[in-house]
Design a protein around this ligand. Sequence first.
Ligand SMILES: Cc1ncc(COP(=O)(O)O)c(C=O)c1O
Length: 377
Amino acid sequence: MLACQRHLFDIPDDVAYLNCAYMSPLLKSALEAGTAGLVRKTHPWQLTADQFFTGSEEFRATAAQFFACPTDCVAIVPSASYGIETAARNLPVRKGQSILVLDEQFPSNYYPWQRLAEKNGATLKVVPWPNDEDWTTAILNALTPEVAIAALPHVHWTSGGRLDLARIGQACRNLSAALALDLTQSLGALPFDVSIVQPDFAVAACYKWLLGPYSTGVLYVAPSWHNGSPLEEGWIQRANSQDFSSLILYCEEYDAGARRFDMGERSNFALLPAAVRAMRQLLEWKIAEISETCGALNRQLAGPARELGFHAPEEPLRAPHYLCLRTKAAIPRELMQILARENIFVSVRGSSIRVSPHVYNTSEDCDRLIACLRQIA
Ligand SMILES: Cc1ncc(COP(=O)(O)O)c(C=O)c1O
């Protein structure tokens, strides 16, 4: 378990920020790296051609460590939507086949598949919310031979349910179904390894558990798709892009590996250094340790919350870093006011309170939240 790392962030003592699943705070060091990058734009004459590539490659190589994949398999994207859309552009599905998604799946990992299914005469197959909170079994049961693509998360964003992607990946391969993953609510907080799961595509937005700035994302593309179609046909994704003097000698060939899937203007001089700094810090802490530390904070909350009438899936069906507390009744409006007054930040949605701590949280933060829940119990 990690000691509290709050000193590395700019979080006032009276703020209990338990909402990483919404938007992580930026590390002070990441802010510094990003600011230095932004300042570069004040002196563009100092910007060299190779800097369009070095920063991107640093980002790519660092991101690859979260997937445990070669650098060549990572594309730089602005969002989860962009990565899912890239997968939908490339994965085939025919009339009569289906695309598997989950009940209440995040829209960025739903709409592209709905559109693809419509276009190709396929259907969306929605796995219903399992009464026993066991998403893995529900998914394995739903993986029948007509499924062409399984489009899934690692952690279900409104339940905290954790999917056993090793088993699901194997089941997909048995059926020759493709696997496209949205890891936005898990990458950086749960260990992940492409050699075990073997997805076709896997994306994560960086602004949550990767502690990065908004509008940065990482996309894993399996080698078998490296000849696929990117969403954009820009100059920097082509094999001749490093030679600025001959860009109009149009080049059919793309840059190596997954680089063809990079977004336009991917060499973001401000955001990429901040994202790299954040990812390096996460790697220094170690993902397993982060998971354990967040898990301990959530366990501290789950017990007293249960006594107050809230329920949440138990680990290992629930991801350690992600706790959605549900009640039978709707959450009283009053709770929002109490939380605001106390500077406590969580996500309240309908009959659920989503709590997502990180290494900057303390057990006092958890106690303060429980004290507020007591007031409405
Ligand atoms: C599961 C999940 N995926 C993706 C996103 C973000 O999507 P995008 O990067 O397309 O804005 C969120 C944001 O809440 C999310 O919870």
